[in-house]
Write a protein of this length. Structure first.
Length: 288
């Protein structure tokens, strides 16, 4: 029997670029191979890593994982799945443009179809890079991608609303500057109001906008699409859901001596069947 071969990295990157050309798609965020394969089985067209979810799985806080560990994680996701992987690449694991360029080069080598670069510094006194510095960092990322063939999508992130500077005008100015510096897609986490979302979509057009929905929202995917958003991610929200279930069940066991919390778990037979089918499909496609 003839089976289809798995898509190559080049195939995944072409598919990812096509997703950004029109319409709206959800790009959920797995934190390990199992969660990535489950999301793939649900029919999503692309996945994005979550720096927070991965860090928690390693017993670390968000932004507490080394570049080497992150690159290994990204390469693992790329190898395990048939879908394009967009890397939540934090601030590029460097402050200077040359360091960002080197990090981006390594991420591209890991096989990601896209990656985001934030403008946050991690410093409480100066939480954002100056606009000039941030633009230089984005340009360095763009040059690194172009030097590697140019088919990896670059996402420019303005972190204003996440670091206590909820200024929409500043956010727009930064996103427009990042677009001019070579970002293919723009992203401002923390924006939730429809009127603000519309302004961002218009401000960065014709380039696509990523919207983060990190918790329960009154908006549906269809309503967000109607606002002009091209892609919707959930950040660490799915990882927090998984942790929430674990914590609740474990706390009941520790504090009450009750096993009642274990009743909410997914059946082992279902999980074994799911991953058994996925593993068999992967082996079959590779042998074809």
């Amino acid at each position: 029997m003839t089976t289809a071969t798995r898509p190559s990295v080049a195939d995944k990157r072409r598919n990812f670029q096509a997703l950004h050309a029109q319409g709206c798609f959800v790009i959920p965020n797995p934190w390990d191979i199992g969660s990535a394969l489950y999301l793939q089985s649900l029919g999503f067209k692309a996945l994005a890593s979550t720096s927070a979810g991965f860090a928690w799985s390693r017993g670390r806080p968000d932004n507490g994982v080394s570049r080497a560990a992150m690159l290994a994680h990204l390469a693992e996701l790329v190898a395990a799945t048939d879908l394009p992987i967009n890397a939540d690449f934090e601030s590029g694991f460097a402050s200077d443009p040359a360091g960002v360029a080197e990090s981006v080069r390594l991420a591209v080598e890991a096989g990601v179809a896209g990656l985001s670069i934030e403008d946050s510094t991690g410093q409480a006194g100066q939480p954002l890079f100056s606009l000039d510095e941030a633009v230089l960092r984005l340009r360095a990322a763009r040059q690194a991608i172009d030097g590697a063939g140019g088919d990896t999508l670059l996402v420019g992130r303005a972190e204003c609303f996440l670091v206590g500077r909820p200024d929409l005008d500043e956010t727009i100015a930064r996103l427009q500057a990042y677009a001019n510096a070579g970002a293919d897609c723009l992203y401002a986490p923390g924006i939730t109001e429809p009127a603000q979302i519309r302004r961002l979509v218009a401000a960065v057009a014709p380039k696509p906008l990523n919207l983060l929905v990190g918790g329960p929202s009154p908006l549906t995917v269809a309503e967000i699409a109607a606002l002009g958003v091209r892609r919707i991610s959930v950040g660490g929200a799915l990882a927090r859901c998984a942790w929430g279930g674990l914590m609740q069940a474990a706390q009941v066991l520790a504090e009450q001596g009750s096993f009642a919390g274990l009743g909410a778990g997914a059946p082992g037979k279902l999980l074994n069947g799911l991953f058994g089918d996925l593993a068999t499909g992967a082996v079959a496609s590779q042998s074809g």
